[in-house]
Ligand binder design. Structure first.
Ligand code: URA
Length: 222
């Protein structure tokens, strides 16, 4: 039986002494403009970077704002930055981001029409999602989405889905099916880190990404 497609190293990726593949983001980092052009986005991004509203600012290297094009039609919403994101200041630049990038490349959407943000802008210690920090960070998420104004929002995992749509069923039931929350058309997916945890989850992730592709292909969502 053939397993799920491996996450293949690309040219320029480095291997650590333990054989872990470390992506070479150098050539991919500056592929797109970082967000909408204009002073409102700039002001918001500066506010996020200097935020001290919750204790997470004390342990972050830097706040993580956005990765993607200036006018995205699809915005992926993750939970919180991890170690690589904290180091580089951009969402989804670690292992989860690699799966996400591969999957996005297969969606048939131009890279500049995609954006990535997180519910929490600062890395939680030990990467444990800090529910108590959501209230402080929530206005940033709302303002980012209002300025980005995507046609479709993709919450990744239970925390992102629960933040955007508290009445949603659990992520394993909601993933791969469109739903509406306030002004947003949502298309939830498992969190990519969860997808990478087992072959079964990865197969589910790939199926759901295929459904997202069909959904985005529909004339009403184009
Ligand atoms: N990286 C992010 O930016 N967000 C996540 O939720 C996970 C990894």
């Amino acid at each position: 039986m053939s397993g799920p497609a491996p996450l293949l190293p690309r040219s320029g990726d480095k291997r650590s002494s333990r054989g872990v593949c470390r992506p070479n983001w150098g050539d991919r980092l500056h592929a797109t403009t970082e967000g909408p052009v204009g002073s409102e986005w700039q002001t918001l991004s500066d506010e996020i970077r200097s935020c001290t509203r919750c204790p997470l600012h004390r342990t972050r290297a830097q706040a993580v704002v956005y990765r993607g094009g200036p006018n995205p039609s699809v915005v992926f919403v993750g939970e919180a930055p991890g170690a690589e994101e904290d180091r580089l200041g951009r969402p989804f630049v670690g292992r989860s981001g690699r799966l996400l990038d591969e999957s996005v490349a297969g969606l048939g959407v131009p890279p500049e029409s995609v954006g990535m943000i997180n519910v929490l802008k600062c890395r939680p210690p030990k990467n444990v999602f800090v529910e108590r920090s959501v209230a402080a960070c929530r206005p940033y998420l709302d303002r980012q989405l209002a300025l980005l104004a995507p046609g479709v929002v993709v919450p990744l995992g239970a925390h992102a889905l629960g933040t955007l749509d508290p009445s949603a069923p659990r992520i394993t039931d909601a993933a791969g099916r469109p739903r509406t929350a306030g002004p947003w058309r949502l298309f939830p997916l498992l969190h990519p880190a969860a997808a990478l945890r087992s072959r079964r989850n990865l197969a589910r992730w790939r199926d759901d990404v295929g459904r997202l592709r069909v959904f985005l292909d529909a004339p009403a969502n184009g």
